[in-house]
Ligand binder design. Structure first.
Ligand code: ZN
Length: 155
């Protein structure tokens, strides 16, 4: 069973720039596994390590093939075309708002085996990656709502 708690907004760990992963240790692999379980349990479509209190450059994206781990991810290209969609965040429960993001991106990262990978994503997939990479830089959706600061509360 996963013992990871999801950290809520207000905790300083969510506002720190996360450290690069220097080495993919068994502990990192275990963390990836545990985060996958937490993400599923919380019905999230993405989860970044700072959200479970680990300030490292690691995030998970839920895909149809299960959780995909991105280690030290870098968005190396963003489309100029953007769109605005409603977003929520497991760390900001019940708050939803409109966020403007690039429609397409290219992301470079290390996989769980330390291999360099790169792919292009668009639509919701691109949006989730941008959201999770923001977490690794201490940025929350609260900073990005358009119009500035507007959001709604949901139960
Ligand atoms: Zn989030």
């Amino acid at each position: 069973m996963s013992k990871l708690n999801i950290i809520k907004e207000g905790d300083p760990v969510l506002r720190k720039k996360a450290d690069k992963v220097a080495k993919i240790t068994p502990e990192i692999k275990q963390l990836i596994f545990d985060m996958g379980k937490s993400m599923k349990k919380a019905k999230g479509i993405g989860l970044a390590a700072p959200q479970v209190g680990k300030s490292i450059q690691l995030c998970l994206i839920n895909t149809e093939n299960g959780p995909l781990a991105l280690i030290n991810p870098k968005i190396v290209w963003k489309s100029l075309r953007k769109d605005i969609e409603e977003e929520g965040c497991l760390s900001c429960p019940d708050v939803f708002g409109l966020v403007k993001r690039s429609k397409g991106i290219k992301v470079k990262f290390l996989d769980e085996n330390g291999k360099i990978k790169k792919f292009k994503a668009k639509g919701l997939f691109a949006r989730v990656i941008q959201h999770e990479v923001d977490h690794l830089n201490g940025i929350l959706i609260l900073d990005k709502f358009v119009p500035k600061g507007s959001f709604k509360k949901k139960k």
